[in-house]
Structures are given as C-alpha cells and as structure tokens.
Design a protein around this ligand. Structure first.
Ligand SMILES: NC(=O)c1ccc[n+]([C@@H]2O[C@H](COP(=O)([O-])OP(=O)(O)OC[C@H]3O[C@@H](n4cnc5c(N)ncnc54)[C@H](OP(=O)(O)O)[C@@H]3O)[C@@H](O)[C@H]2O)c1
Length: 338
C-alpha cells in the first residue's frame, strides 16, 4: 500500500517516523520546500512512549511538488483542521481509484470532508499524544492509538485493510461507530479543553469556582444534546459520555460529581492544547469544536448559547482583543443567560 502522510508536525511526524523506521512504503508532504529540505537532511527521530525510532532517509517533498501521476492508496491527513479542509480536494486527486483519504483531526473534520468528498473519506481520530520539539524531532507522550471507521457506520473491508497497514507504524483500532467516537472526544474537547484555554487554567483549577462548574455543565449538556438530537450515540471513552442521572440536562449531585472526578483523574491537570495555541498566537481549531456544535445545534433547533458565546470569545482572544483569564468564565455566563 503506497501511503502519503501530509503534515509532518507533532502527530504526522511521530507516525511518519515509526512508519519509515518499520520499513513501510511511505512518502511525506510538508507545507513548504524549506521544511522538506530540513527533513531530508536531518531525517526524523521520535522518542518517548513506544521507544525511540529513527528514520534516516525519508522521501519528502513540499505538497505542491506532488502531481496526479504520484498516485497513492492512502493519504493520511495530519495537518490542523483549517489546512485539512483546504488541502483535501487536491489530495483526493492524488488517490488511485478506490483510494482513501484519512483525516485524523479533532472535531468535525471527518464529518465535513465526508459531506464534501463522499466515500473517498474514511473517518479517523487520533488519541496519540505527541509533541514536536523542532522539525524532525518528535516525542510520543502516551500509549495512544489511531481509531478509524466508516462515517456511515459498520466495518467494511477497507477499514480492516487500512488498520492492518497502519498498525505497522502505530496501534490502529477500528470501530463500527466512528461518529460516536468522534463525538465522545468532541464532548470533552468542547468542555475540558476549551474552558481551560479560555480561563488559562487546568480543569482541576477552574472546577473550584462556581462559574467554572456552571460553564462546564452547560457547555457539555448543550454538546451532548446536539449529538443525541442529530442521531449520534457517543461511544464510551474512559467515562460514559452520558452523565449519570441525565434528564436532558445534567443533574449535579453525588453520581454526577463522581463522574466529574473520573474525568478529572485523566484530564484535570493537563495544560489545554488550545491555551498553547493562544499563547503562541496561532489559529485555534475552535470552529471545528465548539463552533461546530453551535452551528449544528442552530440547524437542528437545539439551544447552543454557551458554545456560540465561547466560539465568539475564542476568536476575540485569537485576535488579541481580550486575554485568557479565569474572569472570562463569568463573562461567558453573562453573555449566555439562561
Ligand atoms: N498533537 C497531539 O497530541 C494531538 C492529539 C490528538 C489530536 N491531534 C490533532 O491532530 C491534528 C494535527 O495536530 P498536530 O499537533 O500534529 O499539529 P502540528 O504539530 O501543528 O502539525 C501540523 C503540521 O501540518 C503542516 N501543514 C500545514 N499546512 C500544510 C499543507 N498545506 N501541506 C502540508 N503540511 C501542512 C504544518 O506545517 P507548518 O508548521 O509549516 O504550517 C505542521 O507541520 C490537529 O487537528 C490536532 O487537533 C493532535
């Protein structure tokens, strides 16, 4: 299987290094010729969980150097969400007939691309924690995996074939309910990650305030209501996606508090990746996280005031008009009264 990996950042670089060092037939695509040149001269190295792997010689070029003659069976799309949407139509032209485009971004990218490009897209999700110290040098931070499946549901031959191929590089699991898995992660990204980024705090810190608890509950409840109303049954990640005692809204109290504790045991002390984007002045993926929930909720008539206000606030932070701060959570409650 000829495989092209597009976007050699933290995730793509980690997967690419393990794939090349395992002897898989892999081509890599960077955004610029300059980045491709760096990787050609230095090679790639990943350390951390899963052990060290080195890819000395890599076949890498800037994406615009690839032509329709360079056909691939599988293109793994590992850029950020905005770039993925922009690149996808061109990448589809690089596939052999029956080839597959596999996006692994957080949020709604797989769903949007499937709507736009159809069956050529296979749904993907990355539970791999990875960082890039500099181009060519990556660290795998957890024993995570890729999860793939058909957005339409079920498990077909191509899912098994692609999982087998990718497993040579990185653990790849399959699910007949990829949409449910995407939403399970989206529910936590919408709440745990985005709220922490806006407040410039970890979940454990912001959950000590009443505003933090209220914003979390309303953000999660809205997103879950949108998932359920759109016909998606979120899959279990490490907690049940539907809080105990759920009656269309979460009911705070004993079992709910224990459920929050379980989320906090995994995520409570992590610095949100979106906060790092704010700090580095980088565009966030908010439009594909809370923005997607707000858009879909509006279309199907589910109240999404908290996710809409949060999306707007994240854009103001990106533009430098306001700063992440715990007081932003009070602002959110004022901006989206019940
Ligand atoms: N890292 C994680 O632990 C993790 C975990 C779960 C999910 N994810 C998801 O995985 C996706 C990728 O995240 P990441 O952390 O790997 O991001 P990242 O480190 O920023 O890597 C993205 C890479 O894509 C490149 N790129 C941008 N436009 C391109 C183009 N047109 N052609 C080729 N390459 C292009 C970027 O190059 P330039 O720097 O030159 O723009 C960068 O090297 C995100 O959606 C993220 O939410 C990441």
């Amino acid at each position: 299987m000829r495989i092209l990996i597009v976007g050699i950042g933290a995730s793509g670089g980690t997967i690419a290094t393990r794939a090349v060092s395992a002897g898989m037939p892999i081509w890599l695509a960077t955004r610029t010729e300059e980045s491709a040149g760096v990787l050609r001269s230095t090679g790639l190295r990943v350390s951390g969980i899963g052990g060290t792997a080195i890819a000395g010689a890599v076949q890498v070029a800037a994406i615009q150097e690839y032509r329709e003659a360079d056909k691939f069976d599988l293109i793994l799309l590992a850029t950020k969400a905005h770039d993925a949407l922009e690149m996808a139509p061109f990448l589809a032209s690089l596939l052999v007939p029956g080839g597959t485009l596999l996006p692994i971004q957080n949020g709604s990218v797989s769903e949007i691309l499937t709507d736009r490009l159809g069956r050529v897209v296979l749904g993907g999700l990355s539970n791999l924690g990875a960082t890039m110290a500099k181009p060519g040098i990556y660290e795998q931070r957890n024993a995570g995996h890729l999860l793939i499946g058909e957005l339409a549901g079920g498990l077909g031959d191509r899912v098994a074939k692609i999982a087998r191929a990718l497993s040579g590089a990185i653990e790849t699991r399959v699910t007949p309910n990829l949409r449910g898995a995407v939403w399970a992660k989206l529910l936590l990204n919408c709440s745990v990650t985005t709220i922490g980024a806006i407040a410039a705090q970890t979940m454990r810190q912001y959950m000590t305030s009443r505003a933090g608890q209220e914003v979390f509950r309303r953000m999660y409840d809205e997103a879950l209501s949108v998932a359920l109303a759109s016909g998606t049954q979120p899959e279990r990640m490490f907690v049940e996606p539907i809080p105990p005692g759920w009656r269309g809204t979460s009911i705070p109290g004993g079992d709910y508090d224990l459920w929050i504790e379980r989320i906090m045991a995994s995520y409570g002390d992590l610095k949100p990746s979106m906060l790092q984007d704010f700090e580095r002045g980088r565009r966030t993926e908010i439009d594909f996280i809370n923005g997607y929930v707000a858009e879909l909720g509006s279309q199907i008539g589910i109240p999404v005031a908290m996710n809409a206000a949060t999306t707007e606030m994240a854009h103001l932070i990106e533009q430098g008009q306001i700063q992440p701060h715990p007081a932003r959570l009070d602002d959110l409650l004022l901006a989206s009264p019940r």
